[in-house]
Structure formats: structure tokens, C-alpha cells
Ligand binder design. Structure first.
Ligand code: GTP
Length: 177
């Protein structure tokens, strides 16, 4: 069976839930007391879709400002970037827009961008409207989902969409290149 590797990095403010999303995807668990990431952490998960094995090589970057300069080491060479914001914190959505700009300027030209509005289980204290985020994602041709690492909402779906979009990209490149 064919094995395809896909390098994915996660970007976004501290505390938005990047590590929790990875943890949910890889281990199917959630830790309410998870520690902030120092530098970056690496995890892999192999999943079978149809007749192919897909190995996700996942770089989870640290959101704290003091680690910001390290991010290019992880997004360069990535096939996809998941930029995460917290739907209950408007300022994390502004940070996300800065990441999009940085990726456009310095990231790989064909990188698949996915926007994840995390903590959608906290709808009562929402600050970012789903439609606003979706409209923004559409305007930059990014994948968009609201997720909850806590309640396992849309986590597998997010990675499947990334895989499908990245496969389409590489087929397009093969045809045109
Ligand atoms: N309610 C809720 N809390 C969440 C969710 N995802 C993460 N959290 C909590 O949010 C806090 C931060 O989660 P992390 O996964 O460490 O966030 P991070 O983006 O990796 O943070 P850095 O490592 O500092 O960049 C933790 O207390 C998590 O338990 C979610 O979907 N819902």
C-alpha cells in the first residue's frame, strides 16, 4: 500500500489550543491542564484513506511571543499550515491574520492554509462570529472549520480536508508542471 507523508505545522497565539488539537488527533484525548509548548513539539499519525496510508508529520509551534522567531523553521517545507484562533478571544483572530500575511510573504508558495476556530464548545462566550471567520477564510482561499479539541468536534475532519486539498494541489502541479 502506498505511503504518503504530509508535513503540517500549527501556528497561532498562545492558549488557543494548538497542542490540544494535535493531542486530540493523535491520541484522541484532552488534558485541561496541558502546559504551554516550549519551542515546538513533533508528533506523527498515520491514517488509512481508501487505498493509501497517509502519515502526518506534525510540528506544533509555541504561541508565546518569545518563540515567534522560530516559526519559519517549521512552516518552511510544510505542505500545510493550520492557523488556530480561539473563538472566545477576538485578539487571537487578529494574530491569525498576521500569520496569514507572514505565510504569504515567507512561506512555501503552494502551502495549504487551514483556519481552525477552536473552543467552539464555548459558544456562550464567543467573540468571533463564525460567518466573519468563514468569509475571511474564503477571501484567502483557506480551509475553514470551527473545532473543539475538548469535545472532539471537527478534528479528524480538519486533517482529512488538509490531506484532500494537498493531494489536489500536487495533482494540479503534476498536470501543469
Ligand atoms: N473549552 C476548551 N478548552 C480548550 C480547547 N482546546 C484547548 N483548550 C484549553 O486551552 C488551554 C490552552 O491549550 P493548549 O493546547 O496548550 O494551547 P496552545 O495553543 O498549544 O498554547 P501554546 O503551547 O502556549 O502555544 C488549555 O487549558 C486547554 O485545556 C477546547 O476545544 N475547548
Amino acid at each position: 500500500m502506498a505511503l504518503r507523508e504530509l508535513k503540517v505545522c500549527l501556528l497561532g497565539d498562545t492558549g488557543v489550543g494548538k497542542s490540544s488539537i494535535v493531542w486530540r488527533f493523535v491520541e484522541d484525548s484532552f488534558d485541561p491542564n496541558i502546559n504551554p509548548t516550549i519551542g515546538a513539539s513533533f508528533m506523527t499519525k498515520t491514517v488509512q484513506y481508501q487505498n493509501e496510508l497517509h502519515k502526518f508529520l506534525i510540528w506544533d509551534t509555541a504561541g508565546q511571543e518569545r518563540f515567534r522567531a522560530l516559526a519559519p523553521m517549521y512552516y518552511r517545507g510544510s505542505a500545510a499550515a493550520i492557523i488556530v484562533y480561539d473563538i472566545t478571544k477576538e485578539e487571537t483572530f487578529s494574530t491569525l491574520k498576521n500569520w496569514v500575511k507572514e505565510l504569504r510573504q515567507h512561506g512555501p508558495p503552494n502551502i495549504v492554509v487551514a483556519i481552525a476556530g477552536n473552543k467552539c464548545d464555548l459558544n456562550d462566550v464567543r467573540e468571533v462570529m463564525e460567518k466573519d471567520a468563514k468569509d475571511y477564510a474564503d477571501s484567502i482561499h483557506a480551509i475553514f472549520v470551527e473545532t473543539s479539541a475538548k469535545n472532539a468536534i471537527n478534528i479528524n475532519e480538519l486533517f482529512i480536508e488538509i490531506k484532500e486539498c494537498s493531494t489536489r494541489n500536487s495533482q494540479l502541479q503534476t498536470r501543469t508542471g
